[in-house]
Design a protein around this ligand. Sequence first.
Ligand SMILES: C[S@@+](CC[C@H](N)C(=O)[O-])C[C@H]1O[C@@H](n2cnc3c(N)ncnc32)[C@H](O)[C@@H]1O
Length: 281
Amino acid sequence: MADKEYTGVNIEVHPEQKDERFARESVFSIIHDANLWRDEESVSGRGSSLEATEYLRPNLVGLFRTYNIRTIADAPCGDFNWFRELDYRFERYDGYDIVEALESKNTKVYGTKTTHFHHADLLGDFVPPADVLLCRDLTIHLSHEHIFTFFANVQRSGFKYILLSQYEPSDNKDRNTGVLFQPIDFFKEPFCFPEPLELIDEKAPYACAGPNQTGEKSVHPQGNSLGFWRMKDILAALAKNETFQNVLATKSFNPPAEAFRPPHTNDLYVSNCLRANIPRQ
Ligand SMILES: C[S@@+](CC[C@H](N)C(=O)[O-])C[C@H]1O[C@@H](n2cnc3c(N)ncnc32)[C@H](O)[C@@H]1O
């Protein structure tokens, strides 16, 4: 998100919001509804444009061929803007996003017998297994605790591989989950992930800039990469991590297919709109 396009609205999950699941859902629903990432092409932001993924797409196809990937969980899928252009045929594609409107919009436009979209909270809902879990540009919007919660949730599914956004260098500053962008370097503390099998440099032709948690400008002109790991290698690293173990011991995760309440009838959606001074949709 280029600096001049940044809306200046900081909407995030506040620690006092006890109903975590609905707090998350309300924040990302507002970001979607008010297009707070301010991109004309994609409601998922500039990193989800065709231009930003021009180098990534053919490289990803090459990786899918090499590793014989047949099924994929795209989590989160956002508005499917760039993924629809991928020149690869999956036996099954499943996209997941916490914004309910994306499930119906994506299904209407892109849904097929083999392409499905779901309304799901990746920090609590069960994600059925697939050959690979693609997690692009989710963790940049999550607090550290929520990043660990994400891994604790998806480790239940038994994915063989994971593709995950990796930013270098980064100081891995912790901040609240929400609209702002905090690059995460998974090789560094507190994550300390091992070397991936592959690392695709996205070579995105733009610099991401926006006020970080302290109000300073953060600029990452090097763009980001997608790392490709065996899930078991990541889980082995997390097994040594105290925060991850704490999350596993204290959080509860939903069994398959639990339905959400619609966000627009959710009090947290309304109170977050008021807090950010955004009209309720
Ligand atoms: C920057 S977009 C990236 C979307 C997509 N991966 C892409 O590359 O275009 C981040 C997405 O994460 C979704 N999201 C945030 N928290 C989530 C959660 N807990 N569960 C599911 N989706 C979530 C948001 O709604 C948004 O669509």
